[in-house]
Design a protein around this ligand. Structure first.
Ligand code: PRP
Length: 186
């Protein structure tokens, strides 16, 4: 894909397509082993997780189902205070199910904190959280996340589901983004 080649805001590759696929395959295989014998429900958090979810479920070699949820958060990026609002709920009942929540990013942790408590109240048999990217402090906390792909880079990145103003989610790799530069004209 090369449509962004003349876009000065798009920089070098931060995480290559090969690195992404290798790590996503590893996490998929780990989840397959952990969830053997169950019929798990994988829940993607819209919109950013859609590419990760699509690759992850294809790396899990077992029967499973997929659902989506959408939330919006207005928070404080450093102390996890803020408000999360449910925009689109699940289409399925998760009581007694083995659920895997799939996120693209855990930054302040506000969104995942809300989703964990919302899901726990619905009494699933088990709940796992998987995030493609997460801040290091969250990766050491099993109450936040169970599997993480990569450290969340300092600075703005786009691609593989991550956006800038709704654009660039379909880039095959994760690239640096510079909001100070001007968008190409036309
Ligand atoms: C991003 C991401 C998480 C949330 C994480 O969503 O997908 O849901 O932010 O941030 P937090 O840990 O600080 O709560 P965003 O609101 O950018 O929406 P998008 O997925 O549609 O891009």
């Amino acid at each position: 894909m090369s449509f962004y080649e003349n876009d000065p805001r798009i920089g070098e590759i931060a995480i290559s397509s090969e690195e992404l696929h290798r790590r996503v395959d590893e996490i998929g295989q780990q989840l397959g082993a952990e969830l053997a014998g169950t019929n798990p429900l994988f829940v993607g958090v819209l919109t950013g997780a859609f590419v990760f979810l699509a690759d992850l479920v294809r790396a899990v070699d077992m029967p499973l189902e997929i659902d989506m949820i959408s939330v919006s958060s207005y928070g404080n990026a450093t102390d996890s205070t803020g408000v999360v609002r449910l925009l689109k709920d699940l289409g399925s009942d998760i009581e007694g199910r083995d659920v895997v929540l799939v996120e693209d990013i855990i930054d302040s942790g506000l969104t995942i904190q809300y989703l964990r408590s919302t899901f726990a109240a619905r009494r699933p048999a088990s709940l796992r959280v998987v995030s493609l990217l997460a801040r290091e402090r969250h990766q050491r906390n099993p109450d936040v996340v169970d599997h993480v792909g990569f450290d969340l880079p300092e600075g703005w990145v786009v691609g593989y589901g991550l956006d800038a103003g709704g654009e660039y989610r379909h880039l095959d790799e994760i690239r640096w983004f510079d909001p100070e530069k001007s968008a190409p004209s036309g």
